[in-house]
Design a protein around this ligand. Structure first.
Ligand code: ADP
Ligand code: MG
Ligand code: MG
Length: 267
């Protein structure tokens, strides 16, 4: 069954009108793992943000069907309730995370030692701290066993940016959040590998792999091939200048690493 169908998607920066997405085509079926690679500034994060409805961007053309519905007509919160979830590159503080997650953790006999403060609260947003938190989260993986699903979504929260989507997190709509956290059908992971050492990367990969079922899908955005050694994608796409210029299997990523992005350039 098709989960996501993106056709000729075009989007501009709302403030300036500058076009960033220039006709993106992407189809994701249930159970598939897709990787989007591409050099800095090629539009990978913009695609992710447009899919979740980030207010900085305006869609100017094309269509996005998610689980048979017109995604572009939905509010960001509706998109997340429909089963779309995204991790962001930059962490922010998330007050209320503890009170939300602790009953869940208790229900699956998760060790609560690591939940003794709200996520990111009191931390600086720096790269170093982020890594620390991720590695801390990595410990959860080892202790969660069957609870990988919860863990990986908890990790998403660590990378949350403040958008309309996450107003849900800060409001008291716990039930909605529970659905968003535990029932995401498509998880978009934007550079979850950035700044991780190989041990942390393996933990993250283990969590993502443990999350996968025949019914859900992952769209991984990454600059580097390394992540794909640990999470095997069904398809690899290369993005350049706001469009997907090549699609292949994992060998495309290997080729990319050897030859560089220039070899795949349109221009
Ligand atoms: P990638 O994730 O592939 O590195 P991005 O999607 O973050 O690329 O950015 C693509 C291009 O659009 C870059 O040139 C970036 O500077 C620009 N861009 C993206 N979002 C904004 C924004 N909100 N305001 C201004 N420029 C932006
Ligand atoms: Mg970037
Ligand atoms: Mg990016």
């Amino acid at each position: 069954r098709v989960l996501l169908e993106v056709k000729d998607l075009r989007a501009v920066i709302a403030e300036s009108g500058q076009e960033i997405l220039r006709g993106v085509n992407l189809t994701i079926y249930e159970g598939e793992v897709h990787a989007i690679m591409g050099k800095n500034g090629s539009g990978k994060s913009t695609l992710a943000k447009v899919l979740v409805g980030h207010p900085d961007y305006e869609v100017t053309g094309g269509s996005v069907i998610f689980k048979g519905e017109n995604l572009l007509e939905m509010e960001p919160v509706e998109r997340s309730h429909a089963g779309l979830f995204m991790s962001f590159q930059t962490p922010v503080e998330i007050p209320g995370f503890y009170s939300y997650v602790s009953p869940k953790a208790a229900a699956i006999n998760m060790d609560l030692r690591f939940l003794d403060r709200n996520v990111n609260e009191g931390f600086s947003g720096g790269e170093k701290k982020r890594n620390e938190i991720l590695q801390l989260a990595g410990i959860w993986v080892l202790e969660l066993g069957q609870g990988y699903g919860l863990w990986i979504y908890a990790m998403h929260f660590l990378y949350t940016d403040f958008t309309k989507l996450h107003i849900a997190v800060n409001s008291s709509k716990r039930n909605s959040i529970a659905k968003m956290v535990l029932e995401a059908d498509l998880a978009i992971l934007d550079e979850i590998d950035s700044g991780l050492d190989v041990d942390a990367l393996q933990d993250v990969a283990k969590a993502v792999n443990g999350l996968l079922t025949p019914n859900n899908s992952v769209l991984m955005i990454t600059h580097y091939q390394r992540l794909l050694d640990f999470i095997k994608p069904s398809y690899v796409h290369i993005m350049e200048d706001g469009t997907i210029v090549r699609t292949g299997d994992v060998s495309l990523a290997k080729q990319l690493e050897k030859e560089g992005y220039r070899a795949f350039s349109n221009s």
